[in-house]
Design a protein around this ligand. Structure first.
Ligand code: ARG
Length: 459
């Protein structure tokens, strides 16, 4: 095929070295070698069952491909840039081993449907790994949450202290985000799990192939029902990359919070030393490198999504070599995502909360002002008026203390309706426990949520 370093008898000269490097993909697409062989084994079996190749040829192909697989596993495969990509590398080594039967393997198929099939098979497996990593991170968050149902921290809006919330409630917000991410992964998997093989170069093949049989052998739920679409669209890589981007975006939000919480200004948590580094010049520093890198790597995964979106834009039907550029961004996003999720699951378990600091931040922020306003509303004051009354009380407290430090007689200056029982709702704990409805931060609700997720995640 490529021994003479030119494509075929049709070409009068080989490509230049630079062009060979520019057009070759073996350096990165060898990652697909195992699924490429899986696809070839199924294709060959279908060809034999359909009477296109002999039983003898099938046997040689099966034995030969298994030997190639062993060579790959033991890193003995002579990957060659002269053979451009993974498909031709595998085929060449196979043919050197088994002769003509190896040359018959490519009957009724093209690299165009072959590569589209390989990426789908590979991505399907990676989605399953990623999904398990997402669930594992949810489990870590639940483990930390379970210990912090009654840990009160300031909830923020505009990064200003807003109302007291349970630290567990805050962590459960991320469990929810990740649950939607996992749903999106499962949904995307359905469209990934559709088989292009049989589309051949673009129009189908003249051989009597049985695509349903190949799909069955490869565990595809569906077959792509238009050959032009099958070989050309990479929308499933875009869809996956957008799901990957959302996961990273969610983790970048949590990372930003961990970084803030670990800063001595907040001092809400400590992160285990194995996730942090020191400074080469400032001995006092302990830097949250891992969350910072997660925040940074989010840019890379979103960048990969952009690369794929623009790659697909305005491509005419059917296959174009542009599509060879789908692999590196996709591979990079998968690798980044799996590493990030695995590190994160461990890092969450290495978090030590500092409840006293969280609580004193609540007290410094008039976090129970809304509770006082609600208290007055329950005594008949219209909400807008109670809002104004409390604003004045906050102004007064601002001079020295928290609302709960104001004496009853001072509070009664703002409204005579205020009584001794007001102190129950002015504490952070009182404030939390009153928000006792589905989705609220009351410890009772938070415990129920934790139990629900524990059951769902098999904890
Ligand atoms: N390496 C190619 C890719 O990744 C395989 C398909 C090549 N097909 C072709 N007609 N040149 O897209």
């Amino acid at each position: 095929m490529h021994d003479n370093k030119k494509w075929s008898g049709r070409f009068s000269e080989p490509v230049s070295e630079l062009v060979k490097k520019y057009t070759g993909s073996i350096d990165f697409d060898k990652k697909l070698a195992k699924v490429d062989i899986e696809g070839s084994l199924a294709h060959a079996q279908m060809l034999q069952e359909s009477g296109v190749i002999s039983e003898e040829d099938l046997k040689s192909i099966q034995e030969g491909l298994n030997e190639v697989l062993e060579m790959i596993n033991s890193e003995d495969m002579p990957w060659s840039l002269d053979l451009e990509d993974v498909h031709m590398n595998v085929e060449k080594v196979l043919t050197d081993k088994i002769g003509d039967a190896g040359k018959r393997l490519h009957t009724g198929r093209s690299r165009n449907d072959q590569v589209a099939t390989d990426i789908r098979l590979w991505l399907r497996g990676e989605i399953d790994i990623i999904s398990e990593c997402v669930r594992n991170l949810q489990r870590s968050l639940l483990t930390l949450a379970e210990k912090n149902i009654n840990t009160v921290m300031p909830g923020f809006t505009h990064l200003q202290v807003a109302q007291p919330v349970s630290f567990a409630h805050h962590l459960l917000a991320y469990v929810e985000m990740l649950a939607r991410d996992d749903e999106r992964l499962q949904d995307c998997r359905k469209r990934v799990n559709s088989m292009p093989l049989g589309a051949a170069a673009l129009a189908g093949t003249t051989f009597p192939i049985d695509r349903k049989r190949t799909a069955e052998l490869l565990g595809f739920e569906r077959i792509c029902e238009n050959s032009l679409d099958a070989v050309s669209d990479r929308d499933f890589t875009i869809e996956f990359s957008s799901v990957a981007s959302l996961i990273m975006i969610h983790l970048s939000r949590l990372s930003e919070e961990l970084i803030l919480w670990m800063s001595p200004r907040f001092a809400f948590i400590d992160i285990a030393d194995r996730f942090c580094t020191g400074s080469s010049i400032m001995p006092q520093k302990k830097n949250p490198d891992v969350p910072e890198l997660v925040r940074g790597k989010t840019g890379r995964v979103v960048g990969n999504l952009m690369a794929l979106v623009v790659l697909m834009k305005a491509q005419p039907l059917a296959y174009n070599k542009d599509n060879q550029e789908d692999k590196e961004p996709l591979f990079d996003s998968v690798d980044t995502l799996i590493d990030t999720l695995m590190i994160y699951a461990d890092m969450i378990l290495g978090i030590t909360p500092k409840p006293e600091n969280m609580r004193s931040a609540v007290l410094q922020g008039y976090a129970t002002a809304t509770d006082l306003a609600d208290y007055l509303v329950k005594k008949g004051v219209p909400f807008r008026d109670s809002h104004e009354i409390v604003a004045r009380a906050v102004k007064r407290a601002e001079e020295e203390c928290d609302l709960s430090d104001l004496s009853l007689s001072v509070l009664q200056d703002f409204s005579p309706l205020i009584e001794e029982d007001v102190y129950q709702i002015l504490t952070p704990e009182g404030s939390m426990s009153q928000r006792n409805h589905i989705g609220g931060t009351a410890p009772k609700q938070v415990s129920a949520q934790i139990r629900k997720w524990q059951q769902k995640l098999g904890l």
